[in-house]
Ligand binder design. Structure first.
Ligand code: CA
Length: 545
């Protein structure tokens, strides 16, 4: 990298810029425009481009990210200690669907090799998932999964993996509390994720609050299962028009496959393990009969997220992801962006970008719900930003949000999901969607899986080895320094954008092509290579008893 002092100014109206150079710059360093640093400034941190008297609005991304708490000379370091954060934007009087949608030309002809499901969704992996109703069974399921992988999986070479959907819910929860719907529908919808091929298999304890029929009531899965069987036997799927009113007609098909550990017929631990393995074998055989087929890129359901962000997130990786988001939307795919606290300060931009006033209102509804959720815990959106974010140059959540939102590209926002809801139940099959979730990496990933994500794009500046067993995670580094040090963990280096050796468009296209390769199973992500799998973490805003 060049040793010439470099900064990046995001917008001509900005009065701060960030230092590009690895390791930061010392006092006295002079930029090409003649600006000299009055003090050392770390990499990614802001420098005042002009004198900023106390009380000045500090602008980055052409947005006020704070006001100065003291007089700052040109060339000063601008960090969280000298900035007063602005109050959150009111949810009243926001612009509703006021921005004309940009005309994004259709992008035709791109395909990948995926596993078609009977419900129209497409898997990028062919995985046997074992749903659990309660944490109590996790140890048993883990034991069984190890044996299934060692003894059964080698006989079914078309099946990629076996995953126990373990979680901490199910026992000791206020299951009738209104907000309990969030963890319950999250677990239900994850079980129906496209990467699991419609093969539902449940392990239950027996006495738990979350009974199998509450987790997966007949109407929630039967259609998918019946259709999957029809496809697997080569028959044509046929749905009776009175299916919903006459579920008895399909009683056999609707039988949920449950292994209940407390069932009287289990004598000894091995009896439970044998039952789980016998059940797994049936599902493995059906999954193994599936083949990848060429499908249009429109079958991709991509969840985008950032974690361990720094000041480069909004300069390199997130803009490249935003460019890729536009390519995906143009190709007819679905892209979800999330992380409520990381978009809250840009809510006016987002409601303006909504495709209809109803979509804008749905976004406001999600923000208001989350404001109230945080207030109940005596917190607000400023609880976001970590010590690592600040070390990386992000002074507060306003600055972080501006860099986070650019992942969503420029398309109109055409749908909104509440936490744990699926795209399918909302009738959404394409476009840019706001899926409301906490910003916590694992919780956001878990909720995007529930929404129906079949590929995950994750940007990071500080670095995280994040991965999911249920879906490939493509990680994009914001800085070349991170990409070099973590060369066997990061899939894409967007740091080249800051160095000037690649454009946002170059990296956006590279990511787009990589997504198709990974979706097709031709390439593995580094997280898949090392089998790095973070736990599913449910969002449970409801009481525990
Ligand atoms: Ca996150």
């Amino acid at each position: 990298m060049s040793t010439t002092p470099l900064f990046i100014q995001m917008h001509p109206a900005d009065n701060v810029a960030i230092v590009v150079n690895d390791g930061g710059l010392p006092a006295g360093a002079t930029f090409a425009n003649g600006l000299t640093l009055t003090q050392a400034v770390p990499q990614g941190h802001k420098v005042a481009l002009v004198g900023l008297p106390q009380g000045s609005a500090v602008r980055r991304y052409n947005v006020t990210i704070g006001t100065t708490l003291k007089d700052l000379a040109a060339g000063s370091w601008v960090n969280e200690l000298v900035l007063q954060m602005p109050p959150a934007r009111s949810l009243d009087a926001l612009p509703l669907a006021t921005r004309a949608a940009p005309s994004l030309a259709a992008l035709d002809g791109y395909t990948f090799e995926g596993y078609r499901n009977a419900d129209g969704s497409v898997g990028t992996r062919n995985i046997l998932a074992i749903t659990t109703t309660v944490q109590c069974v996790s140890g048993v399921v883990e034991f069984a999964v190890k044996r299934i992988k060692a003894e059964l999986l080698p006989q079914y070479p078309n099946v990629d993996d076996v995953v126990g959907l373990e979680h901490s819910y199910g026992c000791g929860v206020a299951i009738d509390a209104p907000d309990a719907i969030i963890p319950i529908r999250t677990l239900r919808n994850i079980s129906l994720n496209p990467n699991f091929g419609g093969e539902l298999m449940v392990v239950s304890l027996g006495c738990e609050k979350l009974q199998p029929e509450r987790l997966l009531p007949p109407g929630s899965f039967a259609l998918q299962n019946i259709a999957a069987k029809a496809i697997n036997t080569g028959a044509t799927a046929r749905f009776d028009s009175n299916f919903g009113e006459n579920p008895g007609a399909h009683a056999r098909d609707e039988q949920l496959d449950v292994v209940c550990l407390q069932s009287d017929h289990h004598v000894g631990f091995m009896s439970m393990i044998d039952s789980i393995m016998q059940s797994a074998e049936k599902h493995l055989a059906r999954l193994n009969a599936r083949q990848r087929e060429t499908v249009p890129a429109s079958a991709l359901v991509v969840g985008v997220q950032c974690g361990g962000s720094d000041a480069f997130s909004g300069v390199t990786a997130n803009p490249a992801v935003g460019f890729c988001t536009d390519l995906l939307v143009r190709a007819g795919a679905t892209v979800m962006f999330s992380e409520v606290t990381e978009v809250r300060d840009g809510i006016d931009q987002l409601t303006a970008r909504a495709s209809t006033p109803e979509v804008a209102q749905a976004m406001i509804r999600e923000m208001a719900w989350y404001d109230a959720y945080l207030a109940k815990g005596s917190a607000d959106r400023s609880a976001n930003t970590t010590p690592g974010n600040k070390k990386g140059g992000l002074s507060n959540i306003v600055e972080k949000a501006m860099g986070s939102i650019v992942k969503s590209g420029s398309a109109a926002i055409s749908g909104v999901l509440s936490p744990g809801e699926s795209l399918k139940q909302n009738g959404i099959s394409n476009g840019l969607v706001y899926a409301a979730t906490p910003a916590s990496d694992f919780i956001c990933g878990t909720l995007q899986l529930a929404a129906g994500m079949n590929l995950h794009v994750f940007t990071t500046g500080r670095g995280t080895p994040y991965g999911l067993a249920e879906c490939p995670v493509i990680k994009v580094a914001t800085r070349s320094d991170l990409a070099r040090r973590w060369h066997d963990l990061m899939d894409v280096n967007a740091g080249r954008i800051a160095e000037g050796s690649a454009s946002i468009e170059d990296v956006g296209w590279e990511l787009f092509h990589l997504l198709l390769e990974v979706a097709s199973g031709r390439k593995k992500t580094w997280a898949e290579h090392w089998q790095l799998h973070n736990a599913l973490v449910l969002f449970n805003p409801a009481p525990i008893t």
